[in-house]
Design a protein around this ligand. Structure first.
Ligand SMILES: O=C(O)CCC(=O)C(=O)O
Length: 243
């Protein structure tokens, strides 16, 4: 992966050709430069238009109320939120505007189909904004979803980030690598509940995001699709809204 990254750095145009998919570990797939610069700009435009309707906000840890170092918003029928009183959960509306989340951009839905092959669309596109050089994301598991048979799809835009991924236990061995603008990561199957996080970003390593920083898009299927599943209509499942 380091060689891949070095090649991109040496040849700035190399990102125009989608690179091959690399299996980093069982169930963990990494596509450096999956989106070329034009695709990144188009996607960023789609994100910016939606953020105007669903502005970034800063989630807080349950109990302590400690603010996250990242700001977030969501697209899709369900948005991941966290606040002091109720902690991690999915909600159908933006906590500050009270409005439903904007739809997930078409390009991301296509990428989901291509890269996860899952039988149903994602319900949540969590948008993480790493604006400050101190922004990071501690090791955690994506464990608030019922559909753990669906992979998690992650798209990076803007500044490079040092991504860390381990195993199913918090204290196990981890490995880290750089996620750059346009890189795509998918983890599922044996890796679906792996611990992962962002150690730090590299400020100024990309000029894509106006104002600087990094945007990460994490797409997840929340509910189990099909008979008995919930596809955004009717009564939501019990894990939505912290009920
Ligand atoms: O920013 C990233 O690349 C990781 C985001 C993440 O792990 C999450 O939102 O659960």
């Amino acid at each position: 992966m380091t060689q891949e990254r070095d090649r991109q750095k040496a040849d700035p145009d190399s990102h125009r050709v989608p690179r091959r998919r690399i299996e980093v570990g069982p169930g963990i797939f990494y596509w450096p430069g999956r989106l070329d610069r034009a695709a990144q700009q188009t996607l960023l435009g789609a994100i910016t238009a939606r953020v105007a309707r669903a502005p970034f906000f800063r989630p807080r840890m349950k109990g302590t109320g400690t603010p996250f170092s990242v700001e977030i918003t969501n697209f899709g029928s369900l948005g991941w939120v966290s606040d002091q009183a109720r902690g991690y959960r999915y909600e159908q509306r933006h906590p500050e505007t009270g409005q439903p989340w904007p739809d997930i951009p078409r390009a991301l839905l296509d990428l989901w189909d291509e890269s996860t092959g899952y039988r149903a669309p994602p319900e949540c596109c969590l948008v993480n904004l790493y604006r400050s050089s101190r922004a990071r994301m501690g090791l955690h598991r994506d464990a608030d979803e019922a559909a753990t048979d669906a992979s998690v799809l992650s798209v990076s835009l803007g500044d490079d980030a040092l991504f860390r991924i381990g195993g199913l236990g918090r204290r196990g061995a981890t490995r880290s690598f750089v996620l750059g603008s346009g890189d795509v990561l998918v983890f599922g199957g044996p890796a679906r509940l792996c611990y992962h996080g962002i150690d730090r970003i590299v400020p100024g390593s990309s000029d894509l995001v106006a104002g600087g920083g990094r945007i990460n898009l994490t797409l997840r299927r929340v509910s189990v699709p099909g008979p008995g599943g919930w596809a955004g209509g009717g009564a939501p499942p019990h894990w939505v809204g912290g009920q």
